[in-house]
Design a protein around this ligand. Structure first.
Ligand SMILES: Cc1cc2nc3c(=O)[nH]c(=O)nc-3n(C[C@H](O)[C@H](O)[C@H](O)COP(=O)(O)O)c2cc1C
Length: 512
């Protein structure tokens, strides 16, 4: 047991240090503080579509009514497949490990549609837009760091280039989707999950687990590692490689319907606003009528397996991009009807004049960064302290933290922010714990009304960067605006003060 932990940690450390500007400093912090990262029924759906045609060009499938198929499908580009519509259970069963409450199972029917076999590459994106915003670089790598708004603009630009009717009318943040248009568009959340599952009802389309040989993710953390970290007894898949980068879009084996990287590599924007699922059956649903967050699906290169599940729902504001979110396109195969208008409802950023630094730290790294922010801004300071603090022992806190996360605990906070109303901006710091926020941050976010305020997150981590912590924050404070977030590797080393200055400037936070 000890040997495993050491081996994993050594591996993580080596990998983490590869991207670190001051390796020796990182290493000393790691050992000094002793707060190393914990790196370290294949049954078919009832749907008609569990056996899909494996086409790469647009053919009318046997179970489709040819008269419903739009004429232009004969021009469907290579790299798309026809997905025969069908009915499936969207969401996850109550028995699925690491599910969230927002995955309520309900019956959904989707119509036929075409979907890209691959995520959109950087070459494809730059050919259409003349730009490449990606964090990693390579023609065959998926484009990432595109916001939802940029993704719908890309859909339209490609449609226009190919003389198709654009699916969207875009006027600033107001986007109207013409469901009858034949142009490129984002999948709905339901289409995405239907295509990902490819007839499976298990947590992954590879059934009950997924390995780093099957998908690009934070391979040290396969499904259910959290509760089995020390013994590894009940793991179907053992820890594997963490590549720390995106990979070519045609990597790994496709799912049963021929789609590559539905799990991992980059998450994929879908059309839908985030909201609670209805419990009654739906046909071609398109998400909540209004909202502040868009959904992205499938998990990315730095996600834990639990956050790549077919049912897992990640969220971000529509004007934000991330190094682990990209695009997969679809087109109608059956003419839709009606239109949906959505109006970007984000709040405008706070002025940054009344700033509170609020943070939770277990080992001191986050506290060190918070102190640096205070010295650069002079902002008010609030350290979240618990009535019942976590253990000081590293192995014990690992266990306590994953249990708290699993039951979505809300540990009681001992102290209070006096008059939160006076702040328009909360700089919120925390360590990445099990690829998300520590649960005291959830208690904090629920305790105060942060509507209309700007939350600027900073996260100290051991290699997983933000994990899914930004999703967790957006879900807990949906009516706050999120500023540009900062991730710092452990204490950040000697470059930390400079990184903090640049980030404060990017967020228009006045410095002394
Ligand atoms: C309970 C626990 C869980 C952790 N989980 C992760 C993780 O999932 N990903 C990661 O990159 N680092 C993880 N770490 C490492 C911490 O994020 C990292 O050491 C951070 O610098 C700690 O900040 P602090 O000193 O302010 O507590 C974890 C550490 C602990 C104690």
């Amino acid at each position: 047991m000890k040997r495993f932990v050491t081996t994993i940690l050594a591996g993580i450390l080596a990998l983490s240090l590869a991207g670190c500007s001051n390796a020796s400093d990182q290493q000393s912090k790691f050992s000094q503080q002793g707060n190393s990262s914990p790196q370290g029924s294949s049954s078919q759906q009832e749907s008609t579509g569990s056996e899909q045609p494996n086409t790469s060009s647009a053919n009318v499938s046997d179970n489709s009514d040819a008269s419903d198929i739009q004429q232009e499908v004969v021009n469907m580009p290579e790299g798309f497949v026809l997905i025969n519509g069908g009915t499936f259970e969207m969401g996850s069963p109550a028995t699925e490990a690491w599910r969230s409450d927002d995955e309520t199972q309900h019956t959904v029917t989707v119509s036929d549609f075409y979907i890209g076999v691959y995520e959109i590459t950087q070459a494809e994106y730059s050919e259409v837009t003349g730009q490449n915003p990606s964090n990693f670089s390579g023609d065959d790598l998926p484009v990432e760091n595109v916001s939802w708004l940029e993704a719908v603009r890309f859909c339209n630009a490609r449609s226009k280039k190919e003389n198709l009717t654009p699916a969207y009318t875009i006027d600033g943040n107001k986007v109207t989707w013409d469901r009858s248009a034949d142009g490129y568009r984002l999948p709905t959340e339901a289409e995405w999950e239907y295509a990902c599952r490819a007839g499976t009802t298990t947590p992954f389309n590879t059934e009950n687990s997924i390995s780093a040989e099957e998908a690009n993710y934070y391979g040290h953390y396969p499904y259910e590692i959290e509760g089995n970290y020390f013994t590894q007894e009940n793991l179907t898949t053992k820890p594997g490689q963490y590549r720390q980068t995106t990979v070519a879009v045609n990597s790994f084996s496709p799912n049963k319907w021929g789609l590559y990287n539905m799990h991992g590599n980059v998450g994929e924007w879908v059309w839908d606003y985030y909201g609670a699922y209805p419990t009654e059956a739906q046909t071609d649903p398109a998400g909540a009528e209004s909202g502040t967050l868009r959904v992205y699906r499938g998990g990315g290169w730095n996600d834990f397996a639990k956050n790549m599940r077919s049912a897992y729902r990640a969220t971000l504001a529509e004007d934000k991009g991330s190094f682990n979110i990209g695009i997969r396109l679809v087109r109608n195969a059956v003419k839709g009807s009606g239109s949906i208008t959505s109006e970007g409802s984000q709040n405008t950023s706070g002025s940054g004049n009344n700033v509170l630094i609020a943070f939770f730290s277990w080992g001191g790294n986050t506290r060190g960064i918070a102190n640096e922010i205070r010295s650069q801004t002079g902002a008010d300071f609030f350290e979240i302290e618990l009535v019942n603090p976590y253990s000081n022992d590293y192995n014990t806190v690992l266990d306590e933290a994953q249990r708290d996360q699993n039951v979505q605990a809300r540990p009681e906070i001992k102290n209070k922010v006096e008059n939160i109303a006076q702040y328009d901006t909360i700089i919120l710091g925390y360590p990445n714990w099990w690829a998300s926020i520590p649960m005291p941050i959830a208690t904090f976010l629920e305790e105060y009304d942060l509507s209309g305020k700007t939350i600027i997150p900073f996260c100290s981590h051991g290699g997983g960067r933000f994990g899914q912590s930004l999703t967790a924050i957006t879900k807990l404070a949906p009516n706050a605006t999120m500023g540009e977030a900062l991730s710092i590797h452990y204490s950040g080393g000697s470059s930390m003060p400079g990184d903090v200055s640049a980030w404060l400037d990017a967020n228009n936070i006045p410095r002394n």
